[in-house]
Write a new protein. Structure first.
Length: 143
């Protein structure tokens, strides 16, 4: 699998409406649903089922659930070495668990499901850069 395959798959999800816990291209997805959908399209069956979660799950649980799952199934990378096709996890507030994810589409752009909108490609602005908690690659990704 190539980085360009990951980016192309993520681009096909752009415009998919935001739907909490959904993961169906063109129908609905949240940020994790986007990542799960690209996984299914590029890697195969999902390695584990996502448990039900509320929009405030990270604040309520206070646990690094998303980060731990990423470490089980993805390859952790140095944040500064992330390249298109890699995945960023974000902390929406300092001291809170990582709860948002996006796929790097260009060195300065990410594709993610935006609450209340849809899957979009946005600039990796300083606001987002400050919130990056970790970077990962899909398994067996060709560099």
């Amino acid at each position: 699998m190539k980085r360009t395959d990951i980016v192309a798959a993520a681009i096909r999800w752009i415009g998919t409406p935001y739907r909490h816990q959904a993961s169906l291209r063109g129908v609905g997805a949240d940020c994790l649903g986007l990542l799960r959908g690209v996984w299914r399209e590029q890697v195969g069956d999902e390695p584990e089922a996502a448990p039900p979660y509320s929009p405030d799950w990270a604040e309520v649980l206070g646990q690094e659930t998303l980060l731990q799952a990423a470490r089980r199934h993805l390859v952790e990378r140095d944040i500064g070495g992330a390249r298109p096709g890699d995945i960023f996890l974000f902390r929406m507030r300092a001291g809170c668990p990582a709860k948002h994810c996006a796929i790097l589409s260009q060195p300065d752009r990410i594709i993610h499901a935006y609450w209340g909108r849809s899957v979009v490609e946005t600039r990796l602005s300083p606001w987002w850069q400050r919130r990056i908690a970790a970077a990962f690659s899909f398994p067996d990704l060709e560099d």
